[in-house]
Design a protein around this ligand. Structure first.
Ligand code: FAD
Length: 300
């Protein structure tokens, strides 16, 4: 399979640099073809501006969305944008790898998204009608492809737990996983988060690679997060609020996960952490037991 790794760290000798090399080796070792967009090494231009449309009249008012659409439709996008879009078309899976900086992705990676996700490619796709609100949230140009985050964080896993001071990691990553990856159609896998990076040594690095390697081995078999599809009937169109009979009385990011799906498909709190991996196994075991009990019940 084809995998695009978009990587955002300025220092090749960093922890992220080591993890990037591990990821590429592991995936290639599994027989996959890998392309890496190493944004700092490429000198990626992070700021979206008028130069992104090559045929723009410099005197005209710059309209980020309309100029993006024109350039996409007329083949006048900046060449660096076109190259990244071609890599995305080529890829069966996308991995975004970055250190958590100020509770989000580094600015250079946000700039990759802003510029590569052109109007007509990343958004502005599909019809708007009484039954559909464009091809997005589960549909779109990148539907059928998988995506996963590999994130390193200085904070502890507990700091990002359900009651942790930093806020739950699922909530912090929601704008990226739901807003940036699910929006144009990716099936989004649970993230792999490496916590407490200041406490890294050779032994922990080996253990981290071991856990990460097992995640990568299952890149094409892991169940994606069960985000609800926009046009699947769960949301009233055009208001796009979740139907009141679904997740009744609840609000917040979690309502956009369909918890009616089997437990094995539900997001676990920290699948990337060492403790999270154990919880994931526990949960899978519990689900197997429930499924067996259910099947037994049906058979009686
Ligand atoms: P490095 O600093 O390169 O390395 C981390 C440790 O791993 C070092 O001790 C290093 O010696 C060791 N190491 C590196 N490579 C190896 C190897 N191959 N084998 C063994 N050990 C190795 N954290 C949060 O939790 N939330 C935030 O919001 C947040 N915001 C930040 C904002 C900024 C601007 C910055 C600079 C940091 C922020 N951090 C935050 C911390 C940040 O997430 C971590 O510094 C980062 O994830 C560490 O990744 P790195 O690749 O830079 O690690």
């Amino acid at each position: 399979m084809n995998i695009l790794l978009v990587y955002a760290h300025p220092e090749p000798r960093s922890l992220n640099g080591s993890l990037k090399r591990f990821i590429v080796d592991r995936l290639e070792g599994q027989g996959h073809a890998v392309q890496v967009s190493d944004l700092y090494a490429m000198g990626w231009k992070a700021a979206l501006d008028g130069a992104d449309r090559l045929d723009r009249d410099p005197e005209a008012r710059f309209a980020p969305d309309a100029d993006s659409r024109h350039a996409f439709d007329h083949g006048t996008q900046s060449a660096d944008i076109v190259r990244e879009q071609d890599k995305l078309r080529w890829a069966d899976a996308l991995i975004l790898q970055f250190p958590l900086w100020w509770f989000s992705m580094p600015a250079i990676l946000k700039g990759w998204v802003e510029r590569v996700y052109a109007n007509g490619f990343g958004y502005g796709v599909g019809e708007h009608s009484d039954a559909r609100w464009g091809d997005r949230y589960g549909e779109g140009s990148l539907a059928g492809k998988r995506a996963m985050l590999v994130v390193t964080a200085g904070g502890w896993e507990s700091h990002y737990g359900p009651r942790g001071i930093n806020g739950p990691i699922d909530d912090l990553l929601f704008p990226i996983q739901h807003g940036i990856l699910y929006y144009p159609g990716f099936d989004v896998l649970p993230p792999h988060v490496v916590y407490r990076t200041g406490k890294m040594d050779a032994a922990r690095f080996a253990a981290t690679c071991d856990t990460l390697g097992r995640r990568l081995d299952k890149l094409f078999s892991t169940a994606p997060l069960p985000f609800r599809r926009q046009n699947g009937g769960d949301y009233a169109i055009p208001e796009l609020g979740l139907r009141p009979d679904l997740a009744p009385g609840r609000t917040g990011f979690g309502i956009h996960l369909d918890d009616a799906q089997p437990a094995s498909l539900l997001h676990v709190a920290q699948p990337g952490g060492e403790q999270g991996a154990e919880r994931e196994q526990d949960r899978a075991r519990r689900h197997e037991a429930q499924a067996a009990a259910h099947a037994e019940g049906l058979a009686q």
